[in-house]
Design a protein around this ligand. Structure first.
Ligand SMILES: [Zn+2]
Length: 144
């Protein structure tokens, strides 16, 4: 005998479906309870909207700070006085590494010699083409 968690009745084991993940190998509610699940009160459209608005309010600060943080990180790494020449040079570098990757079958990355996470800038002098294997091995270490 086993007591159903839902209807609190003592029922024989045969009144339960099997559930191998549970200790006694049976589900916690009897077959008839499983077949008739208690209906959950449905939220109306307005209630749902109110809930979402509340959720957004509660998590606004966190969400915005993540956005700001990521934007700051990006603007910090790109020098503001970057010339058009330098921008094109960087774009060319990415293009070359792309061509290399496609023609060699081996992946090539653009490596920041002085890692961005260690204050390195996203400028031409700090970039070089490195094979993917080497770049991943290097990670954010500073290699002289
Ligand atoms: Zn039951």
């Amino acid at each position: 005998m086993k007591t159903c968690c839902k209807c609190k009745q003592d029922l024989p084991r045969s009144a339960y479906y099997k559930d191998s993940s549970r200790l006694d190998g049976l589900e916690y509610r009897c077959k008839s309870c499983k077949r008739t699940p208690t209906p959950r009160p449905k939220k109306t459209k307005e209630e749902r909207a109110a809930y979402l608005a509340q959720y957004y309010q509660d998590n606004k600060v966190r969400k915005n700070s993540q956005k700001v943080e990521s934007r700051n990180r990006h603007t910090r790494q790109v020098p503001t006085d970057q010339s058009l020449m330098e921008k094109s040079a960087i774009r060319a570098l990415y293009f070359i590494s792309n061509v290399l990757s496609n023609s060699c079958g081996e992946g090539f990355h653009i490596d920041h010699i002085h890692p961005v996470s260690k204050g390195g800038l996203h400028e031409f002098d700090n970039l070089r083409i490195l094979s993917a294997v080497e770049n991943l091995k290097k990670g954010n270490k500073i290699v002289k």
